[in-house]
Design a protein around this ligand. Structure first.
Ligand SMILES: Cc1cc2nc3c(=O)[nH]c(=O)nc-3n(C[C@H](O)[C@H](O)[C@H](O)COP(=O)(O)OP(=O)(O)OC[C@H]3O[C@@H](n4cnc5c(N)ncnc54)[C@H](O)[C@@H]3O)c2cc1C
Length: 307
């Protein structure tokens, strides 16, 4: 069977794309190995009607909703390779199966490279986060830190200040702030610590203290980091799609990439706006883009128009 669309990645982007494709009667397979970056957290915020939901529960509901649409199947496994031959995409999965599809939606998300601070992963998703719009409310008015080794620290400090004025910026030994930036932050009462971090201290993911290598320490109850972002799967570049400066897949208002038949949605675009509701909307948009192409194909061909 030739699929109308293979959706790679079953986070909110891929799930919403599959929902719209299913409702459009398109033969679709959604491939997902369930390793999203938000697996570290048990609460997601800012999605209307779903504020505070466990992201795995949201996924379960979305998969359940897809069962209503018989033309959508879910393959709970990793895609190993995608190539194009004879006008069709060939998708190879980890168990050695092959699928053919007219179109592909890449919704594989990204992975974060956390700062090189010992045990930071123990706190990430519980008291340290990367998106103040997602988790700032829960940490409001508490003593927080921005832990960052890159120039995004300045912007993050200005944003987090919206939720707490008791803020420390810790650069872990890196000189990433200009003198002008430091002065501006200090005029707002934001403290700057440029010495190397020795350890994060706390229990069950709840940060309590940051210890520095010079022997000093500050009490902090949580904060934000500014990770680097890399593609979770590299199909975009393998298929020849143009990438933006952050390494995200470039796409237009219909989710179309620079390669015919390849669409992209969600975090894999790396636009800087990384949220469940945005990813879901982009998934819907890409599915509409696929539909538009399939409709055009049908009405262009005199043979199919006569059917
Ligand atoms: C700690 C943390 C807290 C967050 N909190 C919030 C919040 O409160 N509110 C909010 O709106 N957003 C939050 N986010 C951001 C949100 O999780 C992402 O923006 C959203 O999940 C992006 O959706 P996506 O579908 O693009 O990618 P993902 O959700 O990452 O899904 C991609 C899926 O593709 C799969 N995949 C990748 N490669 C392959 C392959 N080769 N084969 C098969 N499957 C593959 C992955 O396993 C994954 O299941 C948070 C993120 C983190 C890290």
């Amino acid at each position: 069977m030739i699929l109308d669309c293979a959706v790679i990645g079953g986070g909110p982007a891929g799930l919403n794309a599959s929902l719209v494709l299913g409702r459009s009667r398109r033969k679709t397979v959604l491939f997902d190995d369930n390793m999203p970056r938000n697996a570290v957290t048990s609460e997601s915020h800012g999605f209307m009607t779903r504020d505070g939901i466990d992201p795995q529960e949201m996924k379960r509901i979305a998969q359940e909703e897809l069962r209503k649409y018989p033309n959508v199947a879910i393959e709970k496994q990793r895609v190993k390779n995608i190539d194009k031959a004879g006008g069709l995409f060939r998708i190879e999965t980890e168990d050695g199966s092959f699928f053919s599809a007219k179109n592909v939606i890449l919704a594989t998300g990204f992975k974060e490279v956390l700062p090189e601070v010992k045990d930071v992963e123990q706190y990430y998703g519980t008291s340290l986060f990367s998106c103040p719009f997602c988790d700032g409310w829960e940490l409001k008015d508490r003593p927080l830190a921005v832990i960052s080794e890159n120039p995004k620290a300045f912007h993050m400090a200005k944003v987090v200040f919206n939720w707490t004025e008791d803020l420390a910026v810790c650069t872990n030994g890196k000189q990433i702030l200009s003198e002008a930036e430091k002065t501006l932050l200090e005029t707002k009462g934001i403290k700057i610590y440029e010495q190397e971090i020795h350890a994060l201290i706390g229990k069950n993911g709840q940060l309590e203290k940051i210890e520095f290598k010079d022997g000093s320490a500050i009490l902090r109850e949580g904060g934000f980091i500014t990770p680097e972002w890399v593609q979770a799967s590299t199909f975009g570049s393998l298929l020849g799609c143009k990438l933006n400066v952050q390494g995200g897949i470039e796409s237009d208002s219909m989710g179309r990439t620079t390669i015919d038949g390849v669409y992209a949605a969600g975090d894999t675009l790396i636009t800087g706006a990384s949220q469940l509701i945005i990813a879901a909307a982009e998934g819907s948009r890409a599915a509409i883009g696929v539909n538009a192409a399939l409709i055009e194909e049908k009405f262009k061909s005199p043979a199919s128009a006569l059917k």
